[in-house]
Design a protein around this ligand. Structure first.
Ligand SMILES: NC(=O)c1ccc[n+]([C@@H]2O[C@H](COP(=O)([O-])OP(=O)(O)OC[C@H]3O[C@@H](n4cnc5c(N)ncnc54)[C@H](OP(=O)(O)O)[C@@H]3O)[C@@H](O)[C@H]2O)c1
Length: 266
């Protein structure tokens, strides 16, 4: 899985923004941001339609991720939901299909659906999202659960709770950790200490926040941007190597957890 890609939450909600959103994704792909994260939930399918336009003619270039609603995650329902997503995305397969968050459907049913989709080639890998360490242990105990390839969770400088237990667990099991809302939906970029550090280093807060995440082993990062300037900053983060002294300063500004904390989510 590429380490850096693009999110699509809030895309596909307004017709007037459609062209701008497709153009942002296309710009990102032309710059080498080859992972696109979407979901049946986003824009009620509208984001998947935006992604379809963006990847038209370049499907093989992109690692495509979508997600199933928990209430659609039953053995038959998840297969039907995936089929609908593929139709909206105008593609024959997903690279990764995630359970968006845990609901009432027994995990074994969802795993069975994902394994069936994987067997017939409609998805290449499957995973979960918003699963804490206990959820992951339960999943790994289910028949087929060991095939979980990724867990997508909230992770950014200002929210580091997963470093206590979930991130080490995922690393130990070879499960990719996908960091969502990596700039805290823009809020992190107004943090005074981060703004001052970025000014001193001659970069932007977004580049530093994303470069810090990219330096965490086993983590991939999916910021969302519809502004072309933001897309370029996201790409620039991939080339930024933060010095050990900068990592130390960031650890002071944004301390790691000292105890187990409940999984943060949006
Ligand atoms: N699995 C889940 O439950 C879950 C939950 C949340 C998110 N996600 C996924 O993760 C993706 C990213 O998370 P997110 O969209 O919540 O938040 P985010 O990526 O942390 O922040 C997106 C916001 O930051 C702005 N932004 C991006 N780069 C910027 C820059 N360089 N300078 C200033 N502002 C910048 C964007 O503005 P513009 O759009 O105007 O450029 C947008 O408003 C989502 O799109 C979605 O695909 C998954």
């Amino acid at each position: 899985m590429p380490a850096l890609g693009m999110g699509t939450w809030r895309m596909g909600e307004r017709v007037a923004l459609r062209e701008r959103e497709v153009a942002a994704l296309r710009l990102g792909m032309s710059l080498g941001l080859d992972l696109i994260d979407t979901a049946e939930m986003y824009g009620d399918g509208g984001a998947e339609a935006i992604v379809a336009d963006a990847i038209a003619g370049r499907r093989e270039q992109v690692f495509l991720v979508s997600k199933v609603y928990p209430h659609n995650a039953g053995r038959r329902e998840a297969v039907a939901a995936c089929t609908r997503s593929l139709k909206r995305l105008r593609t024959g397969y997903l690279d990764l299909y995630l359970l968006h968050w845990r609901g009432d459907v027994p995990l074994a049913q969802t795993v069975a659906a994902f394994e069936a989709l994987r067997a017939d080639g409609r998805i290449r890998h499957w995973g979960v999202s918003n699963f804490d360490a206990a959820d992951m242990r339960e999943l790994l105990g289910i028949d087929g659960g060991q095939h979980c390839a990724a867990n997508q969770v909230l992770y950014h400088l200002g929210s580091r709770g997963i470093e206590w237990d979930l991130l080490p667990l995922c690393r130990a099991k070879g499960i990719a950790l996908m960091a969502y809302s990596p700039v805290d939906q823009g809020r992190l970029l107004r943090h005074r200490g981060l703004v001052a550090l970025a000014a001193r280093l001659g970069g932007t807060p977004a580049e530093i926040a994303l470069a810090w995440l990219l330096a965490q082993p086993g983590v991939s990062v999916i910021p969302k941007a519809s502004d072309p300037a933001h897309v370029r900053y996201i790409r620039a983060a991939a080339d930024l190597k933060l010095a050990p002294s900068v990592h130390a300063e960031l650890a002071t500004l944004f301390p790691p957890p000292k105890a187990s904390v409940p999984l943060a989510m949006l």
